[in-house]
Design a protein around this ligand. Sequence first.
Ligand code: ZN
Length: 306
Amino acid sequence: MVCCQRNEREEPNEPKEPNIPSAGLTASPKPVRYKEQSEFSLKQAKTLTIPALFILAIGLAIGSFLNVCIYRIPRGESLLYPASHCPICQTPIKWYDNIPVISYLLLRGRCRKCSSPISLRYPLIEVLTGLLFLLTFYFYFSSLSLSSFLLFIKNLLFISLLIPILFIDLKEQIIPNRFSYTLLAGGLIFGFLTRFFLPAVLGAGIGAGLFLIILFLGSLFLKEAGMGMGDVKLAAGMGAFLGWKLALLCFFLSFLLGAVIATILLVTHLKGRRDRIPFAPFLVGAGFICLFFGEHLLDFYFGLVW
Ligand SMILES: [Zn+2]
C-alpha cells in the first residue's frame, strides 16, 4: 500500500515527515513533487501486519456498533439498553453470537433461536467499516508523530460518522442532527489541533452556503425539494473535515455521482420521477473518494490545467 500524499503543513525549516499525508490541509494548490515522498518499504509493510490486523479488528467492532446506531437512533431507542436482541423473537444475543462477521457466517445468517434471517446489511457494514479503517491506517498512520496520529484519529471519526449517515438516509430518508453536529464540531476541533482551522472553517462555510443556495433554488423551481436541511448540515460538517479545497471536489463529485446514479435508476425504472432519492449517500461516497484519493485527483486536475 502506498502513502504518497504530501504534507504541506510543515514549516519550511521543520524536518520533513515524508509519509504523512495532508488530506487537503492547505488553502492553495501547489505543484506536487511525488518523488520527494518515500513509499512504504516491504519491511515496513511486514512490521505493520499485526497493527493492521488490530486496526481491522477495531474497525469490524466499530462497524458492529454502527449497526446498532443505524437500527436504533431513527427509532429513538437507547444505544445501551436493552442489550442486542433478535428483533423477531426478542431473545438476547449471546456474546459468541455477536462477533462481527464470524457469528453471521457461523449462524449462516439466521437467528440461533427462531431461525429468522439476519439482514446481510449487518456483516456488510462491519466489513465496510473494517476495510475503511484499514485503508486509513495505510494512508494516514505512517509515522509515530503526534500530527500523524491526530490525522489518523480524525479520519477514523470521519468514517465512523459518515457510515451511519449513509445507511440511515438510505433507509429512513433522514440525517439525524447528532451526526451532522458531531461531524461539524469534530472537523473544527481537529482542524484547530492540526493547524488546519481556517481551511476547516472555510470548508464548513462553503458546504453550508452552497447547499443552502441549492435548497433555496430547489424550493423555487421544483414542487418537491430534492434536498433538505439535513443535507445542508451534513455538507457543512463534511466541509469542516475535508477543508475547503477537498470539500469543493467532494461536492462536485457528489453531484456527478448523483446525476449518473439517478439517471440509471430512472432509466431502469427502479425509481420513478416522483420518488425522492436521498442525497447523503452521494455526499458520503464522494467524501470517501476524497479522503483517500482527493489530493491525487486535485493534482491530476491542476496538472492538466496549468
Ligand atoms: Zn430470533
